[in-house]
Every structure is written in C-alpha cells, then in structure tokens.
Write a protein that binds this ligand. Structure first.
Ligand SMILES: Nc1ncnc2c1ncn2[C@@H]1O[C@H](COP(=O)(O)OP(=O)(O)OP(=O)(O)O)[C@@H](O)[C@H]1O
Ligand SMILES: [Mg+2]
Length: 510
C-alpha cells in the first residue's frame, strides 16, 4: 500500500492531540494506526530511572481504552543484549520474536512482536509508547518509520496530559485546603464570644439585627476590644456564611499597593504587574469583606470603595472591563473618622455610606463583669494549647486587682497577659500581678535601668509584704503567704523576724 505520508501525519496528529483525556486520544489514534501498522494493543507510559520499568499511564485496544498506573518491568520485554543496546529517544526498537510473557499481574503477552518508541525527554521524564502485534516478525522498518514520524505529536499529547493531570491534582488539593480552611474559620467563628450575655449583650443584639441584611457595618472601638471577633460573628450569622470571609488590614498594606490588593490589576498595569491578579473584592464575591483600619485607606482607594458600595461594580487597576461584585462590607477603625474628615483625610460621602449601622464595642474597663470570664476563658484555652494537665488556680485577691486594672490594650492585653503568665508558670498558684503591674512599687524590677538600685533586703521586704497583702495577712494554710512564696511557714516567720517585718498580732498591737 502506498501511503501518503503527509496525510498520515495530519490525520494521526489530529487524533493524538485531539483531547486532554489521554485514553480518548490513544483510542482514536489506535483506531487510525491499525490500518497502517499491525497492532493489537498500545500503551503509553513513562520510562522510569535507568530504564528499569515502564510506568504505563494509558492503554488502548479493540475493546476500548483506559487510564492506568501500572508498572511493567522492562527486563521482561527486552533481553540483555537489547537492553545493552539501550533505548534511545526518538528511535523505534523492533522486537520481532517475543515469547509469551506475563508482564505484570494485569498484563500478559502471547507470542508477539513489539515496537518500543521512547520519546524525547520532557523535563526529567521520558515518555514511551509500546505497540504489540500478535505473532512473530510482524514489524518492518516501514512500520518503524511511520511510527517515528509521530514523535512530536505524541510528546505534545503526553506533556499536555501530564500537565493537565497536575492541574487537576492541584485543583483537588486547593478544594481540599479550602474545605479545611473554611472549617477552621467556622470553628474560630463558632468560638465562644465571652461576654455575649453580659458586657457585650447590646453589641450582640445589634449583631443579630444586622447580620441578615446586606448593608455595610462600621465597627468602632479601641484597639483589642474584639472588632474582628464581631466582624466574624456578623458574617457567620448572615446568609452569606457559606461564602468567603475576606479580611484586609488597610494599615498593613503599603499605600502604593492597596488599590491593586483590593481591586486587582491587569497584566502590565504598572511595573511589576507581570500577570493579571484578582483583588480581594473579587475573591469576596458572594461573601463578606472585612476592611480593618479603614481610617488608613488612601484617598484613591476610598474613591473606588465608594463606587463598589454605590454601584456594586469595579474595574481592576489598569483594566477597562467592569466587574460586578456582590459583597457585604464590614469596616472597622479605632480612629476618629470625623476628625480625619475634618483634615480631609477621609471622604465625607464614604463615611455616610459606611456609617449606616455603627456598632460601638465598649472598652474592657467599661464591662468589668467580663474580665473574670475572659481570664477563665483564656486560662482554659491556653492551658490546653500548652498541654497543661490541669488548669492552674489563681492567687486569691488577684482577680479583684485585675478587675480594677485599666486594660488599655483591652481583651488582647488580657489574653497576652494570661499567655505570658502560663508560659512562665512553674507550679503552685498563678499570680498575674507582675505581668500587669511590672513597675509596681511593691516589687520594682527595673530599678537597675532607672538607676535607683534597691538593696536586696529591701526587695525581699517589699515582696513578702505584697504576698502578705495578697494572702490577707495569713501566713499558714492554702493561699497563705508562705505557700505563695513557696516557703515553709516557719521559714517565712524566721525571715520576717530577721528583716524586721511586723506581722500578725504584733502588727495589730504595735
Ligand atoms: N469577646 C471575646 N471573647 C473571646 N475572645 C475575644 C473577645 N474579644 C476579643 N477576643 C480576643 O482578643 C484578641 C483581640 O481581638 P480582635 O483582634 O478582634 O480585636 P480588634 O478590636 O480587632 O483589635 P485591633 O484594633 O488591634 O485590630 C483576639 O485574640 C480575640 O480572639
Ligand atoms: Mg483588628
């Protein structure tokens, strides 16, 4: 038969490269090739290191085709001489006298002829085709030549297939990560809001009111009061709870990058914009965006934000395409936005839009009932995180002092205090005093720096006095001054006598 090589190449290529599903391509190619080359079956695979195995990835025969992942040991196909001669890329090896073989658990050859066609390596992987025809001496140099013409299309098909597989795997991994992260987020969100029934009752009532709607919410409050916690609570109590919750800290992103971070950019929009990027608004589509530290938002970004709120659409930086975004906006600030407006640093029209539903989260010193609850909450949580076997007990009187403390850093300061105290904890009763009153005159710790060096005895006196105070004057027994200081009561009495500390009845009569 006279073959029109050009036509053969054209038709075979269309079939080999016709689909990203390699089993489909291989099947179509098989059906075409079998009119020109004797074949019962064809494998596509990867040559493993030092040609020890073929990892077959797809197979086709008259019955159909499938993808697979089967190892075919090469020594069972090639004899020593053939292996020595070696497999060379782009060169078809003909084996015309092959005895019946069992190649693997799933693959068996009767007496056959085989053509092996290694493909030029693609990265560190070398592809291979194996064609088999029943009976001996079935393959000639003409067949080998026809097959070798198809080298390039096979390489393209194979590498596209491998990449496609990688993309699918990555997609699966991303979907998996995504499921995991949303679960984590939901757990965080489901995390107890301490004070929901006490100091934050009004705030939580407002959260319930506003959550089902789509209007913007402005969260106001000092640093560390829990603005982010409340933003989370709004999202997860809203109908958007299964959508994304995207957080942006406007203050943490350099001014020049904020536009592109929020709204994305087109390729080439500015130096360094090497590819198109979706912004956080696009990512938040169908969910909620939380813009923290809104007072730090530069003017230009304020203009774009206003447009998103008013028209629910935006353009990427450097782009002309209008993108619709369906996003619920929660903003937060610890700054005074009216003051910023006065200085022309915050747009009045934006402020009106954001301020439809302000929620003021009161500072901790205005909800003192929450302080013991928060201490207990963080003690439990951090003890668990630090793998403590039990939760340490607190020195009596300590909580009362902490309730009176001003907590300028609010819940975050309290949380940090508990964490630090637990990290440094080494048995006995937990005393938070020196974490919140580090410069207290009862126990000066930085006197060296201040140049006012105290005598060691003086420090001991003050420390013992503060222990006595914490123990309400008692030396013996649980929570007594001796236990607090880790001493036997008799030892403590001896020290106090030596240092001239008057205590107990002597003090009352003296
Ligand atoms: N009511 C609460 N119950 C439990 N944990 C809380 C509560 N409020 C705040 N926290 C915890 O305190 C820390 C600070 O809270 P958050 O980050 O929400 O404060 P913020 O107001 O956003 O602070 P900043 O102004 O500094 O951004 C977080 O670790 C948070 O989990
Ligand atoms: Mg915050």
């Amino acid at each position: 038969m006279k073959i029109n090589e050009k036509e053969f190449f054209h038709q075979a290529t269309i079939r080999i490269c016709g689909s990203l599903e390699i089993d489909h391509s291989l099947k179509n190619c098989f059906l075409y090739l079998k009119d020109y080359i004797p074949i019962e079956e064809i494998w596509m695979g990867l040559l493993e290191k030092e040609f020890s195995n073929i990892r077959a990835i797809a197979h086709a025969d008259n019955a159909g085709s499938k993808t697979m992942d089967t190892i075919i040991p090469l020594p069972r196909i090639l004899n020593d001489e053939q292996r020595e001669q070696g497999l060379k890329p782009k060169r078809v090896m003909i084996i015309n006298r092959m005895a019946a073989h069992r190649l693997s658990d799933t693959v068996a050859f009767p007496k056959s002829s085989v053509m092996i066609f290694p493909l030029l390596p693609e990265g560190d992987r070398m592809g291979v085709l194996v064609l088999r025809a029943e009976g001996q001496n079935r393959y000639s140099n003409t067949h080998a030549k026809l097959l070798s013409m198809l080298h390039d299309p096979f390489v393209v098909a194979m590498s596209n297939n491998l990449r496609h597989d990688e993309v699918l795997k990555l997609k699966d991994m991303l979907a998996d990560d995504n499921r995991y992260l949303s679960r984590e987020l939901r757990q965080l969100a489901g995390d107890e809001i301490v004070g929901a029934e006490t100091g934050l009752k009004n705030v939580m009532d407002m959260v319930q009111q506003v959550a089902p709607r789509d209007n913007p919410v402005l969260l106001l409050g000092e640093t560390g009061v829990g603005k982010e916690v409340i933003a989370n609570a709004i999202h997860y109590a809203s109908p958007r709870k299964n959508g994304p919750f995207i957080k942006v800290n406007s203050g943490a992103i350099p001014e020049g990058l904020i536009d592109s971070e929020l709204f994305g950019h087109e390729k080439g929009a500015f130096t360094g914009a090497v590819s198109q990027k979706r912004g956080r608004f696009e990512r938040a589509h169908g969910g909620t965006i939380f813009l923290d530290e809104i007072g730090d938002l530069p003017m230009q970004a304020q203009v774009r934000l206003l447009r998103v709120i008013q028209q629910k659409e935006m353009e990427r930086v450097g782009g002309t395409e209008t993108i619709e975004v369906d996003v619920r906006i929660i903003t937060a600030t610890h700054r005074n936005l009216e003051k910023l407006m006065g200085k022309n640093k915050f747009r009045e029209d934006l402020w009106y839009r954001l301020n439809v539903f302000p929620i003021i989260i009161p500072p901790l010193r205005q909800r003192k009932t929450d302080i013991p609850l928060l201490i207990e909450h963080f003690l439990k949580r951090k003890s668990r995180e630090l793998n403590f076997r039990s939760i340490p007990k607190i020195v009596p009187g300590n909580i009362e002092r902490l309730i009176d403390y001003p907590w300028k850093g609010n819940v975050r300061e309290l949380e940090n205090m508990v964490e630090r105290a637990l990290i440094q904890y080494n048995g006995g009763l937990l005393n938070f005093d020196h974490f919140v009153f580090p410069q207290s005159d009862k126990l000066p710790t930085n006197t060296i720096a201040s140049g006012k060096m105290l005598k060691l005895d003086e420090v001991c006196v003050r420390h013992i006095q503060s222990a006595l105070e914490a123990a309400r004057g008692r030396i013996n027994g649980p929570y007594g001054a001796a236990e607090l200081l880790g001493l036997l009561p008799s030892t403590l009495r001896g020290r106090m006598n030596k240092l001239g500390i008057i205590y107990g009845r002597k003090k009352q009569t003296g």
